[in-house]
Design a protein around this ligand. Sequence first.
Ligand code: KG4
Ligand code: ZN
Length: 346
Amino acid sequence: MKVLGIESSCDETGVALVEAAPAGVPRVLAQALHSQADLHEAFGGVVPELASRDHIRRVLPLTRQVLAEAGATPAEIDLVAYTRGPGLAGALLVGAGVAVALGAALQRPTAGIHHLEGHLLSPFLADEAPRFPFVALLVSGGHTQLMRVDGVGRYALLGETVDDAAGEAFDKSAKLLGLGYPGGPALARLAAFGDPDAHELPRPLRHSGDLDFSFAGLKTAVLTRVNRLGPNVCEQSRADLAASTQQAIVDVLVAKSMQALQQTGLDRLVVAGGVGANARLRETLQKRVGQVGAFVHYPPPALCTDNGAMIALAAALRWQHGLLPADEPGAFDVRPRWPLAQVGSH
Ligand code: KG4
Ligand code: ZN
């Protein structure tokens, strides 16, 4: 069974071809990605209309590239999966429209996949795949959630952000520090030269007792520090503030993840989404889970941010479990807002 996966929910066009047997972990045959980071950089964030237009330009050439690299013909595709949501409506419509058109032309079924389900199952493509059940920390530009995952399609929300997402906190703080878009990787690079204890920044909701997050206050605290430092701030002071900001975000993510493991009694943590690429988060989590005899799993580095492979993988795993949400032939919808806990095992 060969599954083509198309991801177009935000600012990356991702296409991949995945091969799945009735059992066992599916395998990526080929994948291709186009990041729109350069396109949006001048605007300091994603411009939805530009994102949609660029997805239109990229999706078919990327699909051709993937098929060529896999040595496969379009006729060999058994299922076309695409990101149904959440994400930017116009951007989602590009992937969904192309997927459904391909499905109609090839007379193959299509399936709309939840973007976060793709992220949280992506560690199954790593060398050391996790086992169910586990706690998933989903940390991306738009989402910050802790989920309990008992199996494919069995997701329960444990806690989530009440305002900004962790990636947003990185991106907004980076912007205040005069760094480019996307801010997370840029802030992390600058932070490597700074002192994480230089500034005492808030760790909102860290001791709230529940598993919710809040990052909006942190951004305000960073703004206050930036104003205090003034326009002629030296490079070391910027690095110190970047390191302190990163540490505040990491501290909260780690504390809540450890609390989630404790509350559920589970000993496996899966980290997914763009912020999962953060080296400081990884090394801190590694240390803390090790201390309690637990394990942490990540997707392969190239699959931490948005990609088509995770969408094809999620569809393939659902197919293996008899849970494929196949569309009515020719019909599709997109869901810009779509809570993961609603996906279920329909
Ligand atoms: O999952 P993703 O690619 O897209 C969304 O679905 O949002 O995540 C993108 C987010 C951005 O906010 C970006 O700044 C952040 O992930 N990010 C990072 C790092 N790499 C990407 N944040 C911190 N450190 C990184 N190394
Ligand atoms: Zn994502």
